[in-house]
Design a protein around this ligand. Structure first.
Ligand code: ZN
Length: 337
């Protein structure tokens, strides 16, 4: 219904009109991983099929968008010399699937991109615990009663303490992330996979939920991928000392292979507050991107830039509505997305 309305608005000329109203704004797109198998069905907000990503790039080319490198775009943005229809492509986390499927596509189109890499799993080369556990439970199609019984076994809790599957799964993840070391967590993953009868070896060898390795980060740069910061452990507390730790550790892992200055940053999961800005500026961070929707206009806070977080769930008309600024006009008119 919503998509049909958007198509009607487009055919009435609204998209053409709205695109004229935001000619001098900067649009920043956000992606995460691509899908090798069924990851886009499991989590369409995080994983996109190669075909959908290819259609997005074709749209940008066919509609004469200027896809710019982030540093260049920010410079033009600051000096008010941004060309109309300027777009930056950003990619969060550093999934192997982006390296394997996304980078060749971007290279084919000659588009630069910025990849914000979170470094803990780059260093440890294991599948991301949280995502892998969630995927395995999703894959196993456990019913609620079976899931609760299994979770009570895995966490040595009595069944009466387990209320609902989702909440208990969250507790299991929090427990493993805070109490177990990397080796124990990986063994725990194997145990869960055995109990769920899910092929963990396949997940590990296909690297469905693994990040890029350090040599892959190095090689991507020659294909126009600018590597930037995304914290070490994918979290950014508000305490200045913890912010400093996350940024410095992230830099320490990436700096040996990254050729450009590590001065651009993306808030993990887009969670940010004004309290982050001063410490980040003191750490020589020049820009920081959020997941807040909207366009960046002259005068925007460079440490809280807005982005459009694209998703496999968005039909092509939704992407079109966002890129032609029609959705921004609607957001401004009704005060919400
Ligand atoms: Zn992230």
């Amino acid at each position: 219904m919503k998509n049909m309305l958007l198509r009607l608005c487009k055919s009435a000329g609204c998209f053409t009109l709205s695109s004229r109203l935001c000619r001098h704004s900067l649009q920043i797109l956000c992606y995460h991983g691509l899908s090798f198998e069924d990851e886009h069905i499991f989590s369409p907000g995080t994983f996109m099929t190669r075909d959908t990503f290819a259609r997005r790039l074709a749209y940008l080319r066919d509609n004469d968008f200027n896809v710019l490198d982030l540093g260049k775009a920010i410079e033009r943005f600051r000096t008010n010399s941004l060309e109309p229809k300027s777009v930056v492509i950003t990619v969060d986390d550093g999934f192997y699937s982006f390296y394997k499927l996304g980078v060749p596509l971007l290279k084919e189109y000659g588009y630069p991109s910025t990849l914000y890499v979170t470094s803990y799993y780059v260093k440890h080369s294991n599948p991301i615990f949280r995502l892998t556990v969630q995927y395995m439970f999703w894959k196993s199609h456990y019913n609620d009663a079976g899931l609760l019984k299994l979770l009570s076994d895995l966490t040595n809790s009595s069944l009466s303490e387990m209320h609902d599957g989702k909440q208990s799964l969250r507790k299991l993840i929090e427990h493993a992330e805070s109490k177990l070391n990397e080796e124990e967590r990986n063994k725990f993953l194997e145990e869960i996979a055995n109990r769920l009868n899910v092929d963990f070896d396949k997940i590990r060898t296909q690297r469905l939920f693994s990040l890029v390795k350090i040599d892959e980060i190095q090689s991507m740069q020659t294909d126009g991928v600018d590597i930037q910061l995304h914290t070490h452990r994918h979290k950014l507390p508000e305490d200045p000392l913890e912010i400093e730790y996350e940024i410095n550790k992230n830099r320490e892992v990436l700096a040996p292979v990254v050729t450009s200055p590590l001065t651009h940053f993306c808030y993990p999961s887009g969670i940010w507050s004004e309290k982050h800005c001063q410490p980040l500026a003191e750490l020589e961070i020049k820009t920081a991107t959020t997941c807040d929707p909207g366009l960046n206009k002259p005068g925007s806070n460079l440490l809280a830039l807005s982005r459009f977080v694209d998703s496999e769930e968005f039909a092509d008309i939704v992407f079109d509505a966002e890129l032609s600024c029609f959705k921004e006009v609607i957001r401004n008119a009704i005060g919400k997305c």
